[in-house]
Design a binder for this molecule. Structure first.
Ligand code: ADP
Ligand code: MG
Length: 293
C-alpha cells in the first residue's frame, strides 16, 4: 500500500490509518455528518427467561460517532442486551430504534443490513475458510449479482468479485492481519481470530459496530492494542458499542459508559464519573481484584 499524500480526504490525519486502505474498505459508506445526534435508542428493553428478568426496563441512547461502553459484573445482562438489540432474542417488551426505525421484531440479517453489526463473546468464524474468505462472505451479503450471473460470469460479477477481494484485503489490513489472509481461520492465533471477527463485522458496512468482550482472553499488551484498534475504527467514522467486563479497560477508550447490574441500568455517564460512582463501585465489589481498578 502506497503512502497517501492526500490530506484533504475524510480519512486524512487519522493516525495509523492509511487513507487508501480506509477508502477501499468502506468506499460506499456515508461518513457521519451529524456526529452527536442519537443513532440508537434503546427504550424500556426487557427480556425475561422464564422467571428470570435478565434485562429489566433498560433505556439508553448511542450517539453517532461515540464509543459507548456497556459494563457490569458477570450475569448483569450485557450479552442479553446485545442479543435483544441484534435480533438473537425477541425482547419481552421495549423497543430498539436505529435512526428512528424500529429494529426489534426484524430477523437478524435484516438488522445487520439496517446497519447494526456485531461480534460474539464466543468467536464464531468459518473455521475451514481462510481469513480473507471469512471477510468476503460478509461483503457478499451485499452483492446484487444473481446466481445465473455468477455461473455465466457476467461482467458485473467479475467486477464485484475483484472488488470484494480488494475490499476484503483492505479490511484485513485495517485490523492488522493482512499477512494472514490465506490462513484457515481455525489455524489463526486467537488474537487474530478476534481481529478477523471485527473485520467480518465491518464488511457488512455497519453504522454501529457492537463488540461483545472483544478482549476476552488477551494479555494486557494485547488488550491495549485492541483498544487502539477500536479507537481507530471510531476515528474512521463508525459508532461503537463495546461490552466489557474489565472496567479498567473501558475507562481509557469509551466516551460514555452504561452500567448494568442484575438486569437494571444503575449508571450512565462519562468514565470519570462512573469510576467514582458508589453504586458502580459496590456492584463490582466481590469481583476479582484485577477487574476493577
Ligand atoms: N438463553 C438464556 N436462557 C436462560 N437464561 C439466560 C439466557 N441467556 C442469559 N441468561 C441469564 O441471564 C442473565 C444475564 O446473562 P448475560 O446477559 O449473559 O450476562 P453478562 O453478559 O452481563 O455476563 C444471567 O443470569 C444468565 O444466566
Ligand atoms: Mg456476556
Amino acid at each position: 500500500m502506497t503512502e497517501s499524500t492526500e490530506e484533504t480526504g475524510r480519512h486524512a490525519g487519522i493516525p495509523g490509518v492509511d487513507a487508501d486502505v480506509a477508502e477501499a474498505a468502506a468506499a460506499e459508506r456515508d461518513i457521519a455528518v451529524k456526529v452527536g445526534d442519537d443513532l440508537i435508542e434503546v427504550k424500556n428493553l426487557t427480556v425475561k427467561f422464564g422467571g428470570l428478568l435478565a434485562l429489566d426496563n433498560v433505556s439508553f441512547t448511542i450517539k453517532r460517532g461515540e464509543i459507548l461502553g456497556l459494563i457490569g459484573p458477570n450475569g448483569a445482562g450485557k450479552t442479553t442486551c446485545f442479543n435483544a438489540m441484534t435480533g438473537v432474542y425477541k425482547p419481552t417488551s421495549g423497543q430498539v430504534l436505529l435512526e428512528g426505525r424500529v429494529l426489534n421484531g426484524l430477523k437478524q440479517h435484516k438488522i445487520t443490513r439496517a446497519g447494526l453489526a456485531r461480534t460474539f463473546q464466543n468467536i464464531r468464524l468459518f473455521g475451514e475458510m481462510t481469513a480473507l474468505e471469512n471477510v468476503v462472505v460478509g461483503l457478499d451479503a451485499r452483492h446484487k449479482t444473481s446466481v445465473v450471473g455468477a455461473l455465466l460470469r457476467l461482467p458485473r460479477h467479475v467486477r464485484e468479485e475483484k472488488s470484494s477481494i480488494e475490499r476484503g484485503m483492505a479490511l484485513l489490513e485495517f485490523v492488522g492481519i493482512a499477512d494472514q489472509a490465506a490462513t484457515l481461520s481455525r489455524h489463526l492465533p486467537y488474537g487474530s481470530q478476534r481481529r478477523l471477527e471485527i473485520a467480518r463485522a465491518l464488511a457488512t458496512d455497519p453504522k454501529v459496530l457492537c463488540l461483545d468482550e472483544p478482549a476476552a482472553g488477551f494479555n494486557p499488551a494485547e488488550k491495549e492494542e485492541l483498544m487502539q484498534l477500536i479507537r481507530t475504527v471510531r476515528d474512521d467514522g463508525y459508532t461503537v458499542l463495546l461490552i466489557e467486563h474489565d472496567m479498567k479497560l473501558v475507562m481509557g477508550v469509551t466516551d460514555r459508559i452504561v452500567v448494568l447490574e442484575f438486569g437494571k441500568k444503575i449508571a450512565d455517564d462519562v468514565p470519570s464519573v462512573i469510576r467514582e460512582d458508589p453504586k458502580v463501585v459496590s456492584a463490582y465489589l466481590g469481583e476479582p481484584e484485577d477487574d476493577f481498578a
